[in-house]
Design a protein around this ligand. Structure first.
Ligand SMILES: Cc1cc2nc3c(=O)[nH]c(=O)nc-3n(C[C@H](O)[C@H](O)[C@H](O)COP(=O)(O)O)c2cc1C
Length: 412
């Protein structure tokens, strides 16, 4: 298979040029301090990835509010106190010709029990019964809280620009706050923020508009969105497509398509897959194909891509402009060099199992196992693709409990 398509540069509508079509999708590193500052490990990790020749690196989700963490060790950008290290982080990528965008997130209700003092969501909808041990029922966000979150997205984006990052991405997928507003299941409001598809998408449009206001017209701003939530009563493909059209009309620079939530983790392929999906690797390709005919905005698809042939075939289909990969880069940080040369990585992304049913059905295990590999690379070492799932789970649970405790103590 010719490596030609994956190697082609892409010019975004605002003039930004990406050196090729391969993108590292966001993976939460949890490599911040327990009081949520940037660490040199992030610089080391991103320097390693940038050296692989990849075109664009999306950072793992960075929080916009210290009071609203998704997990211990998140980086928070809400003021300029970390500018020197943020500049090093951005420089680790850009000095080697890769672009680096910061993924900005607010977790809303999707935050482990006990980590934050108050979790907000559009409505006070409890989690699925078997997840209530891990997550608590959120508070319905007040009007003032909603306005505050919108402002914060803009402020964090402006700091990223000042620090030398090449762009930002709104995390609008996977069941976090933006995704909660878009979901008829999580958003049961009857005021100006819910009740109809137009009102549900008002929040994401307001977040985008505020970021744009604070970073100006030239700075790239993208979003990661679910094709669907894969959850009863959640956002469906038609509503997602309508939201994407509205964002495209508003001038967004890049749409990344994913899917699922912690309650229905379609993003990592844990849910059942159709034979056609397995054959074409990527989980959300057919949605991108339907989008293509209705929106004129660069599209990226993430989830399931493994081989150079699969990536080039997807690009050849014309359904997308950029190929997103995540887990493969945690077990083989040098994979882009091979893929761009038309060769596959010797490493295989396999389901991570602990043998504990509830854990294996949730996306949490995957995240924990891969996060451990990211830490190793951040420490200047090598990942361990053969690490036992059960061992990684037990070590991560202990670490996460300790992390929540430390985070609360440092905040007190
Ligand atoms: C450890 C880990 C952390 C992740 N963190 C994020 C995140 O912060 N933001 C996000 O949008 N997706 C996150 N994801 C999802 C990935 O970006 C991606 O959508 C998913 O892994 C499917 O792509 P893949 O099949 O290439 O791994 C994470 C995945 C893993 C494994």
């Amino acid at each position: 298979m010719s490596p030609h398509l994956l190697n082609q540069p892409l010019r975004l509508p605002n003039g930004t040029v990406l050196r090729n079509r391969l993108v590292k999708s966001a993976m939460s590193e949890a490599l911040g301090t327990y009081d949520n500052h940037v660490t040199p490990r992030l610089v080391t990790l991103y320097r390693r990835w940038a050296k692989s020749g990849i075109g664009l690196l999306m950072t793992g989700n960075v929080m916009i509010d210290r009071r609203a963490l998704g997990e211990p060790g998140n980086v928070v950008i809400e003021d300029e106190s970390d500018l020197p290290l943020l500049r090093q982080w951005a420089g680790a990528a850009t000095e080697q010709g890769a672009a680096i965008w910061v993924q900005l997130n607010h977790p809303g209700k999707q935050s482990p029990k006990g980590l934050n003092a108050r979790n907000i969501s559009p409505s006070a909808v409890p989690f699925r019964a078997d997840l209530t041990n891990f997550f608590e029922t959120p508070h319905e966000a007040t009007e003032a809280e909603i306005e505050d979150v919108i402002q914060r997205f803009g402020r964090s984006a402006a700091i990223c620009k000042k620090a030398g990052f090449s762009g930002v991405q709104i995390h609008g997928a996977h069941g976090y706050l933006v995704s909660q507003f878009l979901s008829p299941h999580h958003n049961q409001r009857t005021d100006g923020w819910g009740g109809t598809p137009e009102k549900r998408r008002r929040f994401v449009l307001a977040v985008y508009a505020e970021i744009r206001r604070q970073v100006g017209p030239e700075f790239p701003v993208g979003i990661k969105l679910n094709s669907a939530d894969f959850q009863r009563g959640g956002m469906d493909e038609a509503e997602s497509a309508a939201t994407i059209r509205a964002l495209a009309d508003a001038g967004i620079d890049l749409i990344e398509v994913s899917g699922g939530t912690y309650e229905a983790p379609a993003m990592t392929g844990v849910t059942a897959k159709k034979a056609s999906t397995v054959e074409r690797e990527a989980y959300f390709l057919s949605f991108a194909e339907t989008l293509r005919s209705t929106v004129n905005v660069p599209l990226m698809v993430t989830g399931g891509f493994r081989s150079a042939a699969g990536m080039n075939a997807a690009l050849a289909s014309g359904a997308l402009d950029l190929v997103g990969i995540a887990r493969l880069l945690a077990i083989d940080p040098d994979a882009p060099a091979r893929l761009l040369g038309g060769h596959d990585s010797p490493q295989r992304v396999q389901p991570i199992r602990t043998g504990i049913g509830l854990v294996d059905r949730a996306a949490m295990m995957e995240v924990m196992w891969y996060t451990r590999q990211l830490k190793r690379i951040g420490d200047g070492g090598e990942p361990r693709p053969g690490e036992s799932g059960l061992w990684a789970f037990l070590a991560s649970v202990a670490h996460s409990g300790w992390g929540s405790f430390r985070t609360r103590r440092l905040r007190a």
